[in-house]
Design a protein around this ligand. Structure first.
Ligand code: PRP
Length: 213
């Protein structure tokens, strides 16, 4: 039996996904060892391989077929824009992609002023401002702690993930506009979906079932 390879985004989502897979009878004991530095894990019996990668790389592994299946947030899927099939919304890690900033920036958004937008998600930010709002902005790519940008004067607003809203609140910022809801998705390589359709759809169906239990 050919191995099916599943790519998981390192961190909380991987743990939640593994718990869900376990409900469907798919386990990977090797992966539970907290001290391991191994990156790839095998379940010989089920013919499955798992690996943990940086979140933003999951769509890349799936597009190139290095992984047949991936589990990753829709923020990453949108930002990476890879040619992959999105087959299931797991509803895990629900949050929102938002434009945020100080309350005073609300006016700047309304007046379509040329402003600076800082984000870890330049593609999503660009698509929102250019294609949906038709507002010309300057986008500045950051790699984290994006909330800092309007506070220290790097940008007027940010485009970032808001989950509880506490990071914004603690820094005197607020949601100004909502771009889209986000959650974890199962993605599949296009060729794998053709070649291994039966096995893949069975896994997806079992996951769907586990979610409704
Ligand atoms: C994310 C996001 C926000 C925060 C939102 O950051 O970029 O900063 O979580 O969560 P909240 O609404 O519940 O406060 P993350 O912790 O991933 O780190 P980062 O700042 O390095 O991106």
């Amino acid at each position: 039996m050919k191995y099916l390879t599943i790519a998981l985004a390192k961190g909380r989502l991987a743990k939640q996904t593994l718990a869900l897979l376990e409900q469907t009878g798919i386990t990977c004991e090797e992966m539970k060892d907290k001290d391991t530095r191994k990156l790839i894990f095998v379940n010989e019996e089920l013919g499955l391989k798992f690996f943990l990668s940086k979140t933003s790389d999951v769509p890349t592994y799936v597009e190139y077929g290095a992984a047949d299946i991936g589990v990753v947030g829709s923020d990453t899927i949108l930002e990476e824009g890879r040619k992959i099939l999105e087959v299931l919304d797991l509803g895990l890690g629900k949050c929102r992609m938002c434009v945020a900033g100080p309350a005073s920036a609300r006016e700047l958004l309304k007046k379509n002023e040329i402003i600076r937008v800082a984000s870890k998600y330049p593609k999503i930010a660009k698509d929102y401002f250019y294609n949906k709002k038709h507002q010309t902005v300057e986008i500045v790519k950051l790699n984290g702690s994006v909330e800092l940008a309007p506070i220290v004067g790097l940008s007027e607003v940010i485009v970032d993930i808001v989950e509880t809203g506490s990071t914004l609140k603690e820094n005197g910022l607020e949601v100004l506009e909502e771009i889209c809801p986000l959650s974890a998705r199962v993605v599949v390589n296009e060729a794998s979906m053709k070649m291994q359709r039966e096995r893949i759809t069975k896994i997806v169906k079992d996951l769907k079932q586990a979610l409704s239990e």
